[in-house]
Ligand binder design. Structure first.
Ligand code: GLC
Ligand code: CA
Length: 509
């Protein structure tokens, strides 16, 4: 595992909504460069950028039409190189978003694969051999080509599935994983990775990573495929990191991913904590199913790789849509003290709100409200852009009390400062970092506190969190107070009593 992941704290940037540098209403790479110091001030030392490649933007850039070209609206490949270099000067790593499962239907590969005659791209996508047969289990594109066949899609209709083969082919048109077509797709994706790593990026967040091999319900083929990608990286780019959008660490980490996300979909019970009818961190929920599943995943992934818990992302509701503002700091006490590298979604550090009732933008649909432009200060468009308001990529939160970075930086008691302090604490204590071990003392059943120890070498730290609106007590080992959020706890003998909505970190002896 690349050593830098141990103390990495990631910041996810949705490039179109972060900082516009040329007044066209849409964020861009030069804007990100301008904001690197703000990210550094918070304490993050790694970025994940959502796709910034050429695209017709039917799915906000997850429909790539050229993997090796920065979309003109974001800048140029030279700007990307400059971003990598400037970020590195400041000690910040940069992951790009790799979308290996599908392209846009406008990608030249797909156009070539639609032709009736055999060519280099005939097997680049998953086509049946007759228009009258659809690829069972997948949506499909039909009647759009001279080629006789239907093509499987991976997500939206305009995102045809790239061909990595079938785990157990049982129709003549289903190719095995080691057939020439699937192997060529695999090689093409390695070339894309080489291209950006050579320009200076530090790795990739991999979109829909579990979806590549078809007819593979247990993921065995896809796991084997990623092992090959990992071996390639270990050979050629040992410092590069891969994180999967998979949500099943017992598969992804065995497949060689350095990190996997817990997500709003999949079996992790992540939603129990932050996004359900009674989220644990809102005060009355239950974290025990999450903890049980988490421990099970740790065991099944055999200590390989990191399980990463994000504050949110561009696909889920903003954290603040489900957690009351007076509990947001507590969420971050959790997120920043768990194993795995934490991921902060841009704007969550100031509690940016989900913007309700927006028209869908670029295939965002209900996700659009979580993608509104960053709120930096109290100037026009919150400092995001000098464009007229109606030209902004997505309308902003219009409430007069919308949070901004400037206001929160000026207030030591803000969420922004609390997160900054928590990141500093993590930096200063190896036990709290990605690879420190975890053991639970209390699993947060029925609103009870969540408590765990983190251990690295001889350093042991206890974390205790009480989201409930009543004081709660729990027995703890001996130690001294390291950090406290909210009202102070009392410690009598071995009984720690946590104030309502408070967090306590203790250094154990
Ligand atoms: C992933 C992305 C999402 C995108 C989809 C299709 O889930 O995070 O934004 O729409 O894949 O690429
Ligand atoms: Ca711009």
């Amino acid at each position: 595992m690349p050593a830098w992941l141990n103390d990495a704290v990631f910041y996810e940037i949705y490039p179109q909504s972060f900082q516009d540098s040329n007044g066209d209403g849409i964020g861009d790479l030069n804007g990100i460069i301008r904001r690197l110091d703000d990210i550094k001030a918070l304490g993050c030392n790694a970025l994940w950028l959502n796709p910034c490649f050429r695209s017709p933007f039917g799915d906000a850039g997850y429909d790539v039409s050229d993997y090796c070209l920065i979309a003109p609206r974001y800048g140029t490949n030279e700007d990307a190189e400059a971003l990598f270099a400037k970020a590195h000067e400041k000690g910040i790593r940069v992951l790009l978003d790799l979308v290996p499962g599908h392209t846009s239907w406008e990608h030249p590969w797909f156009k070539a694969s639609m032709q009736a005659g055999e060519n280099e791209f005939t097997s680049r996508y998953v086509w049946t051999d007759s228009i009258w047969e659809e690829p069972a289990g997948y949506g499909s594109l039909r009647g759009i080509s001279d080629r006789d066949g239907s093509c499987a899609v991976n997500f939206f209709t305009h995102q045809p599935a790239l061909n990595y083969g079938f785990y157990r082919p049982d129709r003549p048109w289903q190719q095995p994983m080691d057939a020439p077509g699937p192997l060529a797709t695999r090689e093409a994706m390695k070339q894309v990775m080489r291209f950006w790593l050579d320009l200076g990026c530090d790795g990739f967040r991999v979109d829909m990573a579990g979806s590549l091999v078809k007819g593979d319900p247990e993921g065995k083929g896809t796991i084997a495929l990623w092992r090959d990608f990992r071996a390639f990286l270990d050979r050629e780019y040992p410092d590069a990191a891969l994180i999967s959008e998979w949500g099943e660490p017992d598969k992804s980490l065995l497949g060689g991913f350095h990190m996997d996300f817990l997500l709003h979909f999949g079996p992790s019970r992540y939603n129990d904590l932050f996004r359900c009818e009674k989220p644990y961190f809102a005060g009355e929920g239950d974290a025990s199913a999450f903890v049980a599943k988490y421990l099970d995943s740790c065991e099944k992934s055999g200590g390989k790789g990191l399980i990463c818990i994000p504050s949110g992302n561009h696909d889920m509701d903003r954290l603040s849509r489900h957690i009351p503002s007076h509990r947001l700091k507590l969420c971050f006490a959790f997120l920043l003290s768990m194993p795995g590298a934490p991921f902060i979604y841009y704007g969550d550090e100031i509690g940016m709100r989900y913007v309700e009732h927006l028209a869908s933008v670029e295939g965002g649909y209900s996700r659009t409200g979580s993608r509104s432009p960053m709120q930096w200060d109290d100037t026009e468009n919150a400092g995001f852009s000098t464009a007229p308001k109606e030209k902004l990529y997505i309308p902003q939160d219009e409430s007069p009390n919308r949070p901004t970075v400037r206001a929160q930086r000026a207030d030591e008691s803000s969420l922004w400062h609390e997160i900054r302090r928590l990141i500093q604490l993590r930096r200063a204590h190896p036990a709290l970092q990605s690879e420190g071990a975890i053991a639970f003392l209390s699993d947060g059943a029925q609103g009870r506190p969540l408590a765990y120890t983190r251990t690295q070498g001889r350093q042991r730290i206890l974390v205790a969190l009480n989201p409930a609106s009543r004081p709660q007590a729990l027995p703890v080992p001996a130690g001294h107070l390291l950090y406290c959020q909210g009202d102070a706890p009392t410690l009598v003998g071995d009984t720690l009593t946590l104030a309502p909505g408070s967090a306590v970190f203790m250094q154990l002896i």
